[in-house]
Design a protein around this ligand. Structure first.
Ligand SMILES: *Cc1c(COP(=O)(O)O)cnc(C)c1O
Length: 434
């Protein structure tokens, strides 16, 4: 056998020749009017929300209005990141010391740390295997007399079962917060995600579908809640009813103690321009995802994660599929993702580890939480679906869904190659080698 044949036959993670090398567009992508919008803010001399008003509304106010309109939410409070949006959502709903907040067991750490930040206790609930989002049944089982809020995350490319979850919240008088950090522009029964709960939160961090590098927003329907969200974000300051040129729009007058979570004006102007791209990009990603669904459905042992019937617009922060462990000799999704990434150049990534054993979830390392902090290790069988998702879910990051129409042509052959090397993959899986 020639050296060339050998290199083709070895797995790419072990130095063999890859099956293909897809070109994935870089992210973020700059909107046509973004540079001019940012330059205009810099030249205006008003770089912050509390800064002096100079002939017209702030970039922040313009973006808040436009993003609220896009979502169909009457009120929007931009903030400096998505974690801060979660904190002010909890504070606006008066969640604090001694309270419990139900969060999904499979999500980014901010959903736990935001609850800890307001001195409340995160109570994790298992996920629904169909959506990978928090399960309505698990929420019901986790409710106690101390439960003061439920945080739903519309994970990857799913919208959680909002019918069931909002019904639970309504029947018990417990507010629902929708974390839409993965779901900018998704809709449930014709209404946008973020407008079903008491508060909807968004992250505009660099990897998200709408981004200004760092950024976030909280939206709501209720004017009193908006008044609280606004003050909680602006050191307690309220907006002036009648704005005056040469003066700040914010008054030293408020009813709640706030923190400075204001979004910088350059970020607001950037987001306003980036929002021009969102709907068209969401459409393009959805079309590519439909192609990918067909490719994946033809791979033995792999099944796309599909949307619930209530989803009327589906967004793709990450495309997700589930592998049947028997079909892949028990090899984990993490190892398959690494191997498939090496064979194709496509950015495959496993799902998050379950939150209670996420390497960044370390509540006991902060003195603020010691004693009152939650224990990190639940019973081993407490969250079977979150554990199973970590073993079985492979995800593809959204920039790959903006690639050319032939980007996924390589996948059948790449999966075929992995299947021929299951013995090696099992070994790599066990030892963490390569
Ligand atoms: C990114 C993210 C956040 C936090 O957003 P930051 O802007 O990074 O603070 C919160 N929730 C989820 C689900 C996220 O993915």
């Amino acid at each position: 056998m020639s050296a060339d044949r050998r290199s083709t036959r070895r797995l790419a993670i072990e130095g063999g020749r890859p099956v293909g090398n897809a070109t994935v567009p870089s992210w973020p992508q700059l909107a046509p009017r973004a540079l001019a919008a940012v330059a205009a803010v810099l030249e205006s001399g008003r770089w912050s929300l509390p800064g002096v008003r100079r002939g017209g509304p702030s970039a922040e106010e313009c973006f808040a209005r436009r993003f609220g309109q896009f979502l169909g939410a009457p009120h929007c409070v931009p903030v400096n990141n998505g974690s801060a949006a979660l904190v002010i959502a909890l504070e606006a709903l008066d969640v604090g010391a001694g309270d419990e907040v139900i969060i999904p067991a499979l999500t980014w750490v901010a959903n736990a740390t935001s609850v800890l930040a307001v001195n409340a206790t995160p109570v994790m609930a298992d996920i629904d295997p169909a959506t990978l989002c928090i399960s309505a049944t698990a929420i019901e089982a986790a409710i106690t007399e101390r439960t003061r809020a439920i945080v739903v995350v519309h994970l990857f490319s799913s919208v959680a079962d909002l019918d069931a979850i909002t019904a639970i919240g309504k029947s018990l008088g417990i507010p629902v917060i929708e974390d839409c950090s993965h779901a900018h522009g998704a809709s449930w029964r014709g209404r946008r995600a973020g407008t079903w709960g008491a508060v909807g939160t968004f992250s505009m961090q660099e990897q998200k579908l709408l981004t200004s590098g760092e950024g976030g927003a909280a939206v709501c329907q209720n004017p009193e809640l908006y008044d609280r969200l606004y003050q909680l974000r602006s050191d307690g300051r309220r907006p002036r009813a009648h704005t005056v040129d040469g003066e700040s729009d914010l008054l030293f007058d408020g009813s709640v103690s706030g923190t400075n979570y204001c979004m910088a004006q350059v970020c607001a102007a950037l987001l306003d321009a980036q929002l021009d791209l969102l709907s068209e990009q969401n459409d393009r990603r959805a079309k590519r995802a439909a192609v990918l669904d067909e490719v994946i459905s033809a791979v033995p042992g792999a099944t796309p994660v599909s949307a619930l019937d209530g989803v009327t617009e589906r967004t793709y922060y990450r495309y997700a599929l589930r592998i049947d462990p028997d079909g892949f000799d028990g090899v984990s999704a993490a190892t398959l993702c690494r191997a498939l990434h090496a064979e194709t150049g496509l950015p495959w990534q496993p799902a998050y580890p379950p939150l209670y054993r996420h390497p960044l979830y370390r509540p006991r390392t902060k003195r603020r939480f010691t004693g009152g902090g939650p224990s990190q290790r639940p019973a081993p069988d407490a969250y079977p679906e979150a554990e199973r998702a970590h073993r079985e879910i492979m995800t593809l990051q959204h920039p790959a869904l903006l690639a050319g129409p032939d980007a996924f042509d390589v996948l059948p052959a790449a999966f075929g190659k992995l299947r021929r090397h299951m013995a090696r993959l099992r070994l790599i899986d066990r030892t963490g080698d390569a």
